[in-house]
Design a protein around this ligand. Sequence first.
Ligand SMILES: Cc1cc2nc3c(=O)[nH]c(=O)nc-3n(C[C@H](O)[C@H](O)[C@H](O)COP(=O)(O)OP(=O)(O)OC[C@H]3O[C@@H](n4cnc5c(N)ncnc54)[C@H](O)[C@@H]3O)c2cc1C
Length: 284
Amino acid sequence: MKLPPFEYACPTSVSEAVALLASHDGEAKPLAGGQSLVPMMAFRVASPALIVDLRKLAELRQIKITDDGVALGAMVRWRDILDDTRLRTAHPLLVAAIGHVAHYQIRNRGTVGGSMAHADPAAEMPGIAVACEAKIAVVGKSGSRVIDAGDFFEGPLMTALKADEIITEIRLPAWPAKRRFGFQEFARRRGDFAMAAAALFYDEDGGTARNAHVGAIGVADTPLRLPAVEQVLNGNAIDDGIVAKAEAAASASVDPADDIHASGAYRKALIGVMVERALKSAAT
Ligand SMILES: Cc1cc2nc3c(=O)[nH]c(=O)nc-3n(C[C@H](O)[C@H](O)[C@H](O)COP(=O)(O)OP(=O)(O)OC[C@H]3O[C@@H](n4cnc5c(N)ncnc54)[C@H](O)[C@@H]3O)c2cc1C
């Protein structure tokens, strides 16, 4: 299907991009890799009057690793994450999750910022952001602000972003070297969106878990943290009994709707299994 007509701009600075978005009163949209926006336009789900192409904003393409953690520029692509060998130690959970995103061609164009703004509840990056308590740096006509990932996602394809705001960076807190983690996803085919996925980590103190963070993807309107599961893990050695309790707590924490891909009951059971497998892989 052909795209609806639109104007096109390719700014060379973030401030110019923001000014262009602000000038169109909600009728302009940033373009990252086009992997969601272009199909949405083809299907007439989106018809922006102006496309603001971010491809010349080199400052949004950086991956910074410091003592504070990992900062991913909004235009960093999945391919860049998988190719950056530093991330395998600086944030192995991120790398494990992004390995499940889509297919080769899409990983060459799809971006971190585009995925966050698109806010698909089954997408990996939003799930990692919520599980890891990421901060989302954005800039708009009234200046810059930082949004907690937990407050960013408001529903399927809905976020706290204003129409004139651009995501500039996603900041993941520092990752201690000995942290244990697991990422498990079930999809019908490798590269499809997740039917359900679990992203989790914990630190160890004398053989027991502390600081457990457990995220769930694909089982609600937004990515979730599962505090009831974290409670099961914290203060305990992760043995078979605790894993079984965590699995049950994960299933009990969610209430997914039926859809064309699976019943809610199936996804409820599946997230328990994903948590169980992620905990077992974290322990090895
Ligand atoms: C066949 C297929 C399979 C896929 N499978 C998966 C999968 O398994 N897992 C997964 O996570 N994703 C998957 N995707 C999505 C893909 O990985 C892209 O991340 C996602 O489509 C966003 O694409 P993009 O970065 O090109 O953004 P675009 O399509 O360019 O933009 C998407 C939205 O974000 C807005 N936007 C873009 N950048 C910014 C910014 N910096 N600030 C504010 N708003 C911005 C745009 O205006 C638009 O609304 C799949 C896509 C396809 C086509």
